[in-house]
Ligand binder design. Structure first.
Ligand code: PEP
Length: 251
């Protein structure tokens, strides 16, 4: 049985003061839901304060990106070791990074390898654009991403991998894939290819999340599906009550 996981991606929102208030607001509700792994991913600037607030709780902390190199002349970036100072998790290959910052499957693959090497658990995002969706290419696109993003990953490391299937057309738009659609892609494109790459036993251990306009009212329907192991939540993770309800829906 895979333990459900719900992660909140705060994106480029909240100054340190506001992040402190947000963590304080949601922490009691999050702490209560023990049967779900709960993770929050604030901006880099709030990781230090958030890690202090989460110390001694079971709520995990994640970064939203990182470089794959250990150190060097990479102005504006942070290394896996820097992320590891505060976090257990790191989001890699979010569609916004792929769209705005030239993130490719090749860089995603390097980052996934670097994350494992640093002892971090990567939450790796895959998903198709609206154009690809409308052209009926979803399965092919997601299959290609899974193959390229996890190429050369050690089978033991893969057991800890977390994948988030996020149709780009559903992110921040209020549109969601139906629960059946999302489950179908997760099963027949994501998990099927993970099985080819890592074998049945490992693929069955990998948690696959759905992301894309998950809200308090639709979370349960999505999380009840056989192959959806939780969610990556954007907008709704900034609203404490909604985020706690979404976490409760995964229990
Ligand atoms: C995301 O950014 O990963 C996401 C799923 O956003 P939202 O929940 O706002 O669609």
């Amino acid at each position: 049985m895979r333990k459900p996981l719900v992660a909140g991606n705060w994106k480029m929102n909240k100054t340190v003061d506001k992040a402190t208030l947000l963590v304080a607001d949601m922490l009691p509700g999050l702490e209560a839901v023990k049967t779900v792994d709960r993770v929050i991913c604030p901006p880099f600037t709030s990781l230090m304060v958030a890690s202090g607030m989460l110390a001694g709780t079971e709520v995990g902390l994640g970064a939203q990106n990182m470089h794959w190199e250990e150190s060097g002349a990479f102005t504006g970036d942070i290394s896996p070791q820097m992320v590891k100072e505060f976090c257990e998790f790191v989001i890699i290959g979010h569609s916004e990074r792929r769209a705005y910052f030239n993130e490719t499957d090749e860089t995603v693959n390097k980052k996934v390898k670097a994350a494992f090497e640093a002892g971090l658990t990567p939450i790796v995002c895959v998903g198709e654009s609206l154009e690809q969706y409308e052209a009926g290419k979803t399965e092919a696109i997601v299959t290609a991403q899974v193959k390229a993003d996890f190429e050369g990953i050690d089978k033991h490391d893969a057991e800890r991998l977390i994948v988030a299937y996020e149709p780009i057309w559903a992110i921040g738009t209020g549109k969601t894939a139906t629960a059946e659609q999302a489950n179908d892609i997760i099963k027949n494109a994501v998990r099927k290819n993970l099985t080819t790459q890592f074998g049945e036993q490992t693929a069955q251990m990998i948690r696959i999340l759905y992301g894309g306009s998950v809200k308090a009212h639709n979370a349960k329907e999505l999380f009840d599906m056989s192959d959806i192991d939780g969610g990556l939540i954007g907008g709704a993770s900034l609203k404490p009550e909604d985020f706690v309800k979404i976490v409760e829906a995964a229990a």
